[in-house]
Write a protein of this length. Structure first.
Length: 177
């Protein structure tokens, strides 16, 4: 019997069942409990991680007036298995160049994901992916400027990248997606 742990208590679950309306119930011993699962919800599984990011270096120029960034992101990655395609999260960016281990490489970009394509499977050890890009982030970086209500407001920018917003202002791998 599988063990279920929640809030510090451990119980033995014997079965899951569903009523005709789609409500899910959990049975443990003599007791039947309604699950927190909602019938209309879909499971969200973590994607299979193909590499570890050892280091990320960002070189960014910020244009506060135009609310725009131009940057270079250098990611040092270590493959966790045979790997020829490196998938990064990069939302609404203009990708100008991608290199892998110092040489230009092929890539695919669909305005959400940047897939760096190696000519052959990467060897063990560390590899460097360098992405040159520009972005006008709608999330992750927030640009503050004077407006009618606050004409004396100082021009500034600040970041808030938790949990998935980093990919709006630099290419990265978001594990919680």
């Amino acid at each position: 019997m599988p063990l279920f742990r929640a809030g510090g208590c451990i119980s033995t679950l014997e079965s899951f069942s569903e009523d005709r309306r789609g409500a899910v119930f959990v049975t443990s011993g003599e007791r039947r409990y309604r699950s927190f699962y909602l019938p209309e919800s879909r499971p969200h599984f973590a994607r299979s991680k193909a590499f570890h990011t050892g280091h990320l270096k960002l070189e960014i120029e910020v244009d506060l007036q135009r609310k725009r960034l131009e940057g270079r992101a250098s990611l040092r990655i270590v493959p966790l298995r045979s790997l020829q395609r490196i998938e990064l999260d990069a939302r609404a960016m203009h990708i100008s160049m991608v290199t892998l281990d110092g040489g230009e490489c092929r890539y695919e970009y669909d305005n959400e994901k940047l897939v760096v394509i190696a000519d052959s499977p990467l060897s063990r050890g560390e590899h460097e992916v360098l992405v040159s890009y520009a972005a006008s982030p709608t999330q992750g970086v927030y640009f503050i400027q004077p407006d009618e209500a606050y004409p004396e407001k100082e021009v500034q920018a600040w970041t808030q990248s938790e949990t998935e917003f980093a990919s709006y202002w630099f290419p990265c791998y978001i594990e919680t997606r």
